[in-house]
Design a protein around this ligand. Sequence first.
Ligand code: FES
Length: 139
Amino acid sequence: MIDGGGGDLLVLIDACGADDLPEGGMRRLELGGVGVLLARVRGEFYAVSDRCGHEGARLSAGRLDGSVVTCPAHGSRFDLETGKAISGPAMADLPGLAGLSPRVRALVRKKAAEMARAPVADLRIFRVAVEGGRVLVEV
Ligand code: FES
């Protein structure tokens, strides 16, 4: 435990070995009761909340391109370095729509339009330190 200033006590939790997460990889961890997405990008480690800022899907089940993670549910994208939402849900051009009935396609498109209007919150980010070959995350 460390003093975070302002009377806050911050806890650094041993998340994993630095060599346990390959370059360009990400994984979900439960740290102190919090779901955390830990990623390794260009040799740096990033930790953010593993709940999408749109409707809470697990981002760690999504896709990582550089420092940008794409939500597996509706395609919102977030920058792991800042936690900022880069783009919101993107359901308008789902490839599977062509095989659906016109009625179902219309329902899906209506839902997609509603999703696109939903607010997307930025992700909570956690400080990460690497000491003695171990990745420590502050939660
Ligand atoms: S839950 Fe992530 S984009 Fe909708």
